[in-house]
Write a protein that binds this ligand. Sequence first.
Ligand code: CTP
Ligand code: K
Ligand code: MG
Length: 175
Amino acid sequence: MLPAYLSNPFAAVFGGGKPIDGGRTYKDGRRILGDGKTYRGLFSGIFCGFLAGCIEIWLSMRGFEIMGIKMPTFGPDYATALIVVLALASGALFGDMFKSFFKRRMGLKRGASLPLVDQLDFVVGAWVFTYLVAPEWFVSNFTTGIALTVLIMTPLLHLTTNIIGYFIGVKKEPW
Ligand code: CTP
Ligand code: K
Ligand code: MG
């Protein structure tokens, strides 16, 4: 889940500039996505999440071995692993963007809070993308236990990182 977890905060750190919706409004007269979804945030977030995933893959291939720790391998299919980490990172930000679209349709302004949805949008996005690109990997790795742990832990982790983001000034709101 690390690529999915990291793409969001890195989008907040590096985001800004041209909004993805180009400032355009939807037929309801409200912004399509809003100024909180930018190209820079999207691409830098995906890049950083993917990089984190590559480091994870490398560690499982070589790193632990170098440190003298015997690890079960990530799986023989490293091409799948690369596709999966890319799907986790990009699915997270597309899930987040999808949520912003619905927040705008509900009349919620950029940054307005939508409890639980704000904390789980990226998890659902990451899982949907991963399922679409690697369904077999998905069903064999996401057991009910893992899924439940992630769903319970994520809102807590998310709130903690966002409070930190708020105090260091990269997030406008602490959620
Ligand atoms: N961000 C970005 N591009 C993205 C996602 C995030 O530039 N694709 C940056 C924006 O600066 C955004 C910040 O990260 O303000 C925090 O992200 P988020 O909480 O998802 O956005 P909000 O500003 O809360 O907007 P929304 O109400 O649409 O969720
Ligand atoms: K978000
Ligand atoms: Mg927000």
